[in-house]
Design a protein around this ligand. Structure first.
Ligand SMILES: [Ca+2]
Length: 201
């Protein structure tokens, strides 16, 4: 029994969040990446193990390591950030994605990743939180219900130089200002939840 518990504890440390955790969202990345966003989709479809993973406290995957606030994590990597979005208020929402070098954002109509559709993307790099470089970065209005779980996933790739990824939202309004999605509206998905890019069975 003791051995089993130790094994379980070791598995939990290695695997990160085994159960859903509120306030966070998961990130997985592949180093030495090539092949653009399609390469990330291929990694996911073929269940290629990521090089590393961590959890984020908001929908923003940057390191902010240096004092100049430059958003650089590494060169030549691909990543996905995924989990559940849980709105506190029902209404129509707009989403934005900003990234360097490129990214796309998938949102489901419920907690099932198989129902996710691409709602925003950028095929050219943007500065951190630069939401308006390309019209495609902004989604059409999406109706969401308070307290309901929606599977959400962004994939992104970086070649060289600066890198960043962030997803923002706002309630639909003429003067809607994008806010990076805070952890309080996010939850990790239970381990084993398939990606929105997983091979359809
Ligand atoms: Ca770059």
């Amino acid at each position: 029994m003791k051995k089993m518990l130790l094994t379980l504890a070791a598995t939990m440390v290695a695997a990160g969040s085994v159960w859903a955790e509120n306030g966070k969202i998961d990130r997985e990345y592949w180093e030495s990446h090539s092949g653009g966003l399609n390469g990330v989709k291929k990694n996911i479809a073929e269940a290629k193990a990521p090089t590393g993973s961590d959890t984020l406290v908001a929908f923003e995957a940057v390191s902010w390591k240096d004092s100049k606030k430059k958003a650089n994590f590494a060169d030549k990597y691909g990543q996905r950030v995924f989990g559940f979005l849980i709105p506190e208020k029902s209404g129509e929402y707009i989403f934005w994605v900003a990234a360097d070098d490129s990214a796309e954002l998938m949102l489901s109509t419920d907690e099932n990743p198989a129902n996710a559709k691409r709602i925003a993307h950028t095929s050219t790099w943007t500065s951190p939180r630069q939401w308006t470089k390309k019209p495609s970065q902004k989604s059409a209005p999406v109706k969401l219900e308070a307290g309901k779980k929606y599977y959400i996933e962004a994939i992104m790739i970086e070649g060289g130089g600066g890198d960043n990824l962030a997803v923002a939202w706002a309630e639909k309004a003429d003067d809607a200002k994008p806010q990076v999605i805070d952890g309080k509206f996010l939850s990790t998905a239970p381990k084993g939840t398939p990606s929105a890019y997983a091979k359809k069975k």
